[in-house]
Design a protein around this ligand. Sequence first.
Ligand code: FMN
Length: 434
Amino acid sequence: MSTASDVGKAQSSKLAGRALFERIGKPTKIVAPMVDQSELAWRILSRRYGATLAYTPMLHAKLFATSEKYRRDMWSDLDGDESIDRPLVVQFCANDPEYLLKAAQLVENKCDAVDLNLGCPQGIAKKGHYGSFLMEEWDLVANLINTLHTKLAVPVTAKIRIFPDREKTLAYAKMVLDAGAQFLTVHGRLREQKGQQTGLADWATIKYLRDNLPSDTVFFANGNILYPEDIPRCMTELGCDAVMSAEGNLYNPGVFNIEHIGDKEKTFPRVDKVLREYFEIVKQHNCSVASRTAMKNHFFKILRPFLPNHVDIRSQLAQLSPKHPFEEWENVVAAVEQAVLDIFAQPDIATKDVITTHAPQAWGGAYKTVPYWRCQPYFRPVNGVTADKRVAQQFADKDDVDIPSCTPSAVKRDADQDLESDKRKELRKEPAST
Ligand SMILES: Cc1cc2nc3c(=O)[nH]c(=O)nc-3n(C[C@H](O)[C@H](O)[C@H](O)COP(=O)(O)O)c2cc1C
């Protein structure tokens, strides 16, 4: 438990928002917190492809503070290591300031800030009373943030969703900042926007917040990033300090390589190359239980466009579990490498290995066709119709409506944002979506 002198120490050595932002290198491309997915190995890989800040998966504060096994499963000696895993923000969900503080103190020497998850919309968060289910409990939210602000050695940050009412969202964001949050991430969706209702993130509301919060607020926008081009577009249209991506990054780590737009090897890397690189990172950092556990899910996501064309490899991968030795995973990686080698041995490969950008859309960006052997965003079908088609229809239906320039780009994750069930599906024999 903190003493008065701890509090003094915490206050004197901590950097406020903008100074902190500058000290960690003014990152503009952020790996989102993702349960079971933004773990050590994935963060290392994502940084190689251009990410400049990463968040850990959400950790359950009470479990982290009280269960050694949970800590062992979720956190390794290499997490937050200065030489391989920084800058890093560790995210917790919590509803009890004391447990939150205890948990955060266990990692305060291994990260640049601790984030409070105020956005999780899943049933498990409702049951556990955390995430977006604290959106009505402003006193509790303020207490959680302020406890870390006054007692933790590193700064506290927060990630929120929006309310249907803009003014209420603005008041909420101000409260979060006044309580001590040094960075604010806004995921521009309502709490109800999950599963089949996920839909578009609301860039107009994100921009409204940006424009109406104090100008020195360190402000991150989250939602609707499909392609590298969407990142600078988001920054320009919303005036945010940085852009956070979750699913865009998961299916294509090259999404962050905005300095190399036009270089398909960097922005739409080949699945065999990403898979090999990721697998080598997991092997090299084998002490991370979380990375080992997340491996199957990452394999399926990296290979998402590829596996329907190579069902034999899909079946091979489906048999594996985190308990299988690396040699068996190696067989899958090698099979993918051989298959892509065969693809590139075709005499007409130069005409096939082409990325086509289609006409600009009403939402401001443009869809692309990417060969299936390259990483790319995934459009999850809902009732047999993919999100790009639905968004096109949505705008066609609204031809008479004035579309603001910051209308959000297409949504890529529609059917299933339930992280727990997503994970379970993919860890079973095969992902339901394949
Ligand atoms: C697999 C997965 C896991 C997620 N886990 C978390 C989490 O642990 N904490 C959190 O605040 N948000 C979590 N989210 C939400 C994302 O951080 C992000 O806010 C959301 O997906 C919208 O961003 P996107 O449009 O780039 O996907 C998760 C999303 C996905 C797809």
